[in-house]
Design a protein around this ligand. Structure first.
Ligand code: DLL
Length: 440
């Protein structure tokens, strides 16, 4: 553990710390940010009114739209001269979401990323191959600072140029890899093509995140690169990577949210009411220590659950995997559909690779939806029913998949099996699984 006294703090003390940080956050917002002054005025709230953590649920949410409306620096609580760095995320709709950090924010950013690296298996003296993008995206520089804070040797390779990345993995022999899960798969596939076995690399641990991923993908990356792969979660608005991290020796039980800095809640997507632990809903964060861009009850849009009653080595709350995004929901012929639901059905078929794409079109007035997925023909031979190989096997599998999607999702989805390597591969950035052509 990087900061055991904080990571294992008894929950009562942790809550006392959260309350005093929350109270001072509210005072700063009321004093320094006109947007929040107005919000508090509208509901007749004074920062001194908040006496218990539970009272937070009566305060208004902040949305991505609020950041866009006050583009670029309108929600900052510090004058721009006190801001040491800017990052931004593009998202799918138009304007950038701009975020800022004071020098102290950057120090904490480094600390939470160092905690995350340590929880993922890293120790001082090891080497990190950091293939998250450097630049306005928070991934590269965030983990970079975490690595320096923990005392790792960092290779700031960023995304892209996969062949060169593999040369570096072979030559420098880093033990830790950080990148998006889809790029880890790209690296694993490229190693296989070059005939490089996992044990020729010295990699031991991988921190994967910035986009949703599944257990199948985890297994493929772990086998392909010879690593223990854990989930790293975060978002620019709250900090960047290192808001939450799965521990390598507690894999599959959720990711620790570093609660002394980020206060999480789960709320119902429709009513906004706080939901009890274990129930999935929209994840909301209040920053407890941020100076440049403190945010109150920021709606991430990510759907997940929280659990405090775990028996992990740390006391902080665990969050589940991101099950989808509130704004990811597709409505196809009146049926609500999350891409992650399709993914869950694809996972039932060991003959399918983790690469898929959903394509939506409008033919006359009707929505058409198709899933293209890569088919591992060799695996089909060993798993499939006796329906032969080639064309015959493909049509058998297409039919079974179509039927299963219909059963599980109540929607007829056209299935197209494509050969391995047909769908676009990650070059390091976030993967888009949905192509929606309906409005064109
Ligand atoms: O993706 C920060 C980050 C960098 C996290 C590197 C992890 C590693 P943004 O670009 O602002 O920040 O995107 C944030 O990405 O609201 C989620 O929807 C998604 N996301 C991030 N981590 C995960 C994850 C970075 N582990 C948005 N699983 C978030 C699923 C994730 N989705």
């Amino acid at each position: 553990m990087f900061q055991p006294e904080l990571e294992r703090m008894p929950r009562e003390r942790l809550q006392t710390l959260q309350l005093s940080r929350l109270q001072s956050l509210l005072r700063r917002l009321a004093e320094k940010v006109p947007f929040y002054q107005q919000q508090f005025g509208d509901i007749g709230f004074n920062p001194g009114d908040l006496q218990r953590l539970e009272d937070l649920q009566h305060l208004p949410f902040t949305n991505k739209e609020d950041l866009r409306t006050h583009y670029p620096f309108g929600l900052f609580a510090e004058p721009i001269e006190h801001v040491a760095r800017i990052h931004a995320s593009s998202g799918t709709t138009g304007k950038l979401t701009v975020v800022g950090y004071t020098a102290n924010d950057l120090r904490i950013f480094g600390e939470v990323c160092a905690r995350s690296l340590a929880a993922a298996g890293a120790k001082a003296g090891m080497m990190l191959h950091n293939a998250y993008g450097y630049g306005l995206f928070t991934g590269g520089l965030g983990l970079h600072a975490g690595a320096e804070t923990l005392g790792l040797t960092v290779v700031p390779v960023s995304g892209g140029m996969t062949d060169r990345q593999i040369d570096l993995l072979l030559d420098f022999k880093p033990q830790i890899l950080s990148c998006t899960p889809s790029y880890a798969l790209t690296l694993a596939e490229a190693c296989r093509h070059r005939g490089i076995a996992p044990d020729q690399l010295q990699l031991r641990f991988a921190l994967l995140g910035a986009e949703p991923w599944t257990n199948t993908l985890r297994e493929q990356v772990e086998a392909g690169l010879g690593v223990i792969a854990t989930n790293i979660y975060g978002l620019s608005e709250i900090m960047g990577p290192g808001v939450a991290q799965e521990a390598f020796d507690e894999k599959g039980t959720g990711s620790y949210v570093w609660e002394d800095h980020f206060y999480p809640e789960i709320v119902d997507a429709q009513t906004g009411k706080v939901l009890p632990d274990g129930q999935p809903g929209v994840l909301v964060f209040t920053t407890l220590t941020k100076e440049a861009l403190p945010l109150l009850r920021y709606k991430t849009g990510d759907i997940t659950w929280l659990r405090r009653d775990h028996d992990g080595a740390r006391t902080h709350v665990k969050m589940g995997p991101v099950l989808g995004r509130a704004d990811d929901m597709l409505i196809v012929r009146g049926v609500n559909l999350f891409p992650s639901q399709v993914e869950a059905v694809l996972e039932e078929f060991p003959q399918l690779a983790a690469h898929y794409q959903l394509c939506l079109k409008r033919e006359r007035t009707l929505d058409e939806i198709e899933v293209q997925v890569e088919w591992l023909e060799d695996v089909e031979r060993s798993y499939g029913p006796p329906e032969g190989t080639g064309q015959q096997a493909a049509s058998g599998l297409t039919e079974r998949l179509h039927k299963r999607l219909k059963e599980r999702l109540g929607l007829s989805i056209r299935v197209e099996l494509v050969a391995v390597g047909q769908l676009p591969r990650s070059e390091g950035g976030k993967t888009r699984h949905v192509v929606d052509l309906r409005r064109q």
